[in-house]
Design a binder for this molecule. Structure first.
Ligand code: PEP
Ligand code: MG
Length: 568
């Protein structure tokens, strides 16, 4: 038995056998083949046929929309034009691996050029190509494995698209050696309530078939857990399930101060579950997750349909939609074409949209039309705002295109430092604590090696949040929080004490945060926030907040056991 430390996402726990995800294959070398062309052709044909058959088989097993995608991929592997191109390249002396790689790349370019549905399928070809090359090399196919039984997926990191597509019947838990607590893999895992531990460097030592207990609440992966540990974990899960089934009342402090609790969503599919868990609206709808695979910008009509579906689900409630936050770890083919050394500091969010203003105009027009036809209260905000000028640019354009309520995300320290002027130029602000932490601490949110620096508990981050909270009060502007910080039950109290007027989080965190807020009044929240602000580091701030929280509860004659539990 041994433990592997990482950073838990959410509070869940799950156990099962490890299956590792294979790394992407390198580009096959462009060298002359040692075999003759007919032998290479035999190899290539055998691998193409084997992959086509495997994809067909998986499609038949999966059913639904996945069946169509997999069958289309199987047809790609068996396409006669593609095979003819492979044979032609073999005749020129290439290896089967290289010929397959080149033929698929040429096919991809052709499809991408066609646009429309076929253009969108171009990315699927890369997956088929990698599978055929892996078969030729006799190595496991890259991508999410399908062992045919439930498993704990262990990977260096996942692409957002892989995380979004995980089969939750099969993937019991996710462990990554890279990725920080606010990486988009972690966010998608939280959104889907996948038990996950990220930034667990030693996870690279785990081998296929090993039994593990993934304990997100305790930031641990236990290798070969004992029966007693498994039984204790099962008991904890049952207790959480009971707590989550308590009635979902609107978010409020103990003194009755309302703190609306909203949902972070990346697709309409999560809406019903968010409502079931008591979401009072949507505080962050990440529109870029709708278009991760799109090769071209979606049309106004396509977008309007998606937004209308979302607003219909949340009729009568507030829905905050963010315009495309493309770039860094969420590049969109139609917005991010530049090669950048530091994409997190490059053309991301509003910067990329401004460069491609017609895309932004289309999105705002689609949102305005969907909003006008719905009785949900639509607010629209821009990501990665750094200046007052960008704030004015966005709100003016949104107003011109018919959006009634336009705001900005505060996730760049510059915007927090000039909060009064930024908030004075828009209708509302929402603090993105994930990026605000990344940029304040200069710690890449994707890198496990700097995960310890990525804590929103750091007083430097809290101080910036308090600047925005104060500006919200002085200008009368609502200030929400939509980063992962809002999902931490004790930090949620601190954020309210710093001036946040609503909190938005993955729906799976709503019950824990609701229960935590209900324990404290506004005076308590302010005192707890002051204690955290005065600390020198993240761990000290968390400890100081817990002590202040315990003192607040003790002052009212209630023992602070629950706070100690939050800290464990
Ligand atoms: C954030 O940065 O906190 C945020 C909510 O946006 P995202 O995580 O999508 O970058
Ligand atoms: Mg962000």
């Amino acid at each position: 038995m041994r433990d592997i430390q990482g950073i838990g996402i959410g509070q869940g726990v799950a156990a099962g056998p490890v299956v590792r995800m294979a790394e992407p294959l390198p580009e096959p070398e462009d060298r002359a083949s040692a075999l003759d062309a007919s032998r290479e052709e035999e190899r290539a044909r055998a691998s193409l046929a084997a992959v086509a058959e495997e994809l067909q088989r998986r499609g038949a097993r999966a059913g639904g929309a996945a069946k169509d995608v997999l069958e289309a991929q199987a047809m790609m592997a068996g396409d006669p034009t593609l095979i003819a191109d492979v044979v032609k390249r073999l005749a020129e002396g290439r290896t089967a691996e290289r010929a397959v790689y080149e033929a698929f790349a040429a096919f991809r370019e052709l499809l991408a050029g066609m646009g429309g549905y076929l253009g969108e399928r171009a990315a699927d070809l890369d997956d088929v190509s990698q599978r055929v090359v892996a078969h030729l090399l006799g190595v496991p196919a890259p991508g999410v494995p399908e062992p045919g039984h439930p498993f704990v997926l262990v990977a260096r990191d996942l692409a957002p698209a892989d995380t979004a597509m995980l089969d939750l019947e099969q993937v019991l838990a996710l462990v990554t050696s890279d990725g920080g607590p606010t990486s988009h893999t972690a966010i998608l895992a939280r959104e889907q309530s996948i038990v996950a531990v990220v930034g667990a460097a030693e996870a690279s030592t785990l081998v296929d078939g090993e039994q593990v207990l993934v304990d997100a609440e305790r930031d641990l992966v236990v290798v070969s857990p004992s029966e007693a540990q498994l039984a204790e974990a099962r008991e904890r899960m049952a207790a959480r399930k009971r707590a989550a089934e308590a009635p979902a009342t609107p978010g409020a402090l103990a003194d009755g101060t309302p703190v609306p609790l909203l949902a972070n969503l990346g697709s309409v599919a999560g809406a019903a579950e968010a409502l079931r868990l008591g979401a009072e609206g949507v505080g962050l709808f990440r529109t870029e997750f709708l278009f991760l695979d799109a090769e071209r910008a979606p049309s106004v009509a396509e977008q309007q349909e998606q937004y209308t579906r979302l607003l219909t689900e949340f009729a009568g409630k507030k829905v905050v939609v963010r315009v495309l936050d493309a770039g860094a770890d969420k590049p969109l083919a139609f917005l991010n074409d530049a090669e950048e050394e530091n994409p997190a500091l490059g053309l991301r969010g509003i910067r990329a949209l401004r460069r491609s203003e017609p895309v932004l105009r289309d999105q705002l027009a689609a949102l305005a039309a969907a909003g006008a036809a719905s009785d949900a209260e639509l607010w629209v905000m821009a990501p990665m705002i750094a200046t007052v000028e960008e704030t004015r640019y966005f709100t003016a354009l949104a107003t011109e295109l018919g959006v009634r309520t336009a705001g900005v995300m505060v996730e760049v320290p510059a915007a927090a430092l000039l909060a009064e002027q930024v908030l004075g130029a828009c209708d509302f602000a929402s603090i993105g604590t994930n990026d605000l932490t990344q940029y304040t601490m200069a710690a890449d949110r994707l890198l496990g090696s700097v995960a310890q620096l990525q804590s929103p508990w750091h007083p430097a981050v809290l101080r910036l949040i308090s600047e925005v909270g104060a500006a919200g009060t002085s200008t009368g502007t609502p200030v929400g929080i939509c980063g992962e910080a809002a999902a931490d039950p004790l930090l949620a109290v601190v954020l309210v004490g710093l001036g946040a007027t609503s909190l938005s989080m993955s729906p799976s965190a709503l019950a824990d945060v609701r229960a935590s807020l209900a324990r404290y009044g506004m005076d308590d929240a302010r005192a707890i926030a002051r204690a955290a602000l005065a600390a020198e580091g993240a761990a000290e701030a968390k400890r100081a907040a817990a002590e202040a929280a315990e003192a607040a509860l003790a002052a009212r004659g209630s023992v602070g056991d629950s706070v100690r539990n939050d800290l464990q």
